[in-house]
Design a protein around this ligand. Structure first.
Ligand code: SF4
Length: 238
């Protein structure tokens, strides 16, 4: 069993290994080379706004915004990460307490197995056209692991794809799987993500779209449908 991942995830990982063909690898310069001078972060590429206007507002127009949904997401994230960073917490909030205890359990299992889990490791992003340093939440072996609260699973599938490509470019080692831990009010789900060709192409397409927007400084305009949790709703008149 890979420490810090539940047994069911590891079983699924083994059962589906080699089920798909990958052509686009992070080490293949011809396929992953940057196409625009701007270097977006993984968060920029995978931001929640359908037109990426949130990235434009933050990075080009310099607008700052935060709302309760964002700060709650950060609290949940920190509660899960705390045990891995050696931080003791005493939460009264039931959700934060539950998530903190889950993190503690995974940390204890990782230590019992003796395989270190890297917490927020630094990975070079420039070789694949991203910001110079990338920081996934965890690396368990060569498996990137991200934590998200609420409805961010699809975005996080793209985010772990970006980390997988960056790891491949850095190490020359194929990274075919990742995990997204999605936390809801009721329970925590461990989602195994196969980094298949479709996800790789989609990530690179989005990277190019966002890099082009940042390089040109063009406002992409508001989206037709906006997530209710977007902190820029007032700015965009939504
Ligand atoms: S309010 Fe809508 S258009 Fe504006 S940044 Fe948010 S999601 Fe994008």
């Amino acid at each position: 069993m890979i420490p810090a991942l539940p047994r069911a995830v590891w079983d699924e990982l083994r059962a589906t290994a080699g089920d798909f063909i990958v052509n686009t690898r992070g080490w293949d310069w011809a396929l992953v080379q940057p196409r625009h001078r701007a270097r977006p972060s993984v968060s920029d590429v995978t931001s929640p706004c359908p037109t990426k206007r949130d990235v434009y507002l933050r990075k080009v127009a310099g607008v700052r915004a935060e709302n309760r949904a964002m700060s709650r997401g950060k609290e949940v994230h920190e509660a899960f990460m705390a045990p891995f960073k050696g931080e003791e917490r005493d939460y009264e909030d039931p959700l934060l307490r539950r998530v903190y205890e889950e993190g503690k359990l995974r940390k204890a299992e990782a230590e019992a197995e003796g395989i270190p889990v890297s917490v927020e490791p630094e990975i070079p992003g420039s070789p694949i056209g991203l910001s110079s340093v990338l920081r996934p939440d965890f690396l368990v072996g060569f498996i990137p692991v991200e934590v998200v609260y609420g409805n961010g699973l699809e975005r996080k599938k793209l985010a772990v794809t970006g980390y997988a490509l960056a790891l491949e470019s850095w190490t020359g080692h194929p990274v075919d799987a990742a995990v997204v831990i999605s936390v809801t009010e009721k329970r925590t789900y461990w989602n195994l993500v196969r980094i298949h060709e479709g996800l790789r192409k989609k990530f690179l397409e989005m990277r190019d779209e966002v890099a082009n927007m940042l390089a040109e400084g063009d406002d992409p305009g508001p989206a037709d449908e906006c997530p209710s949790t977007c902190p820029f709703r007032e700015v965009c008149g939504r």
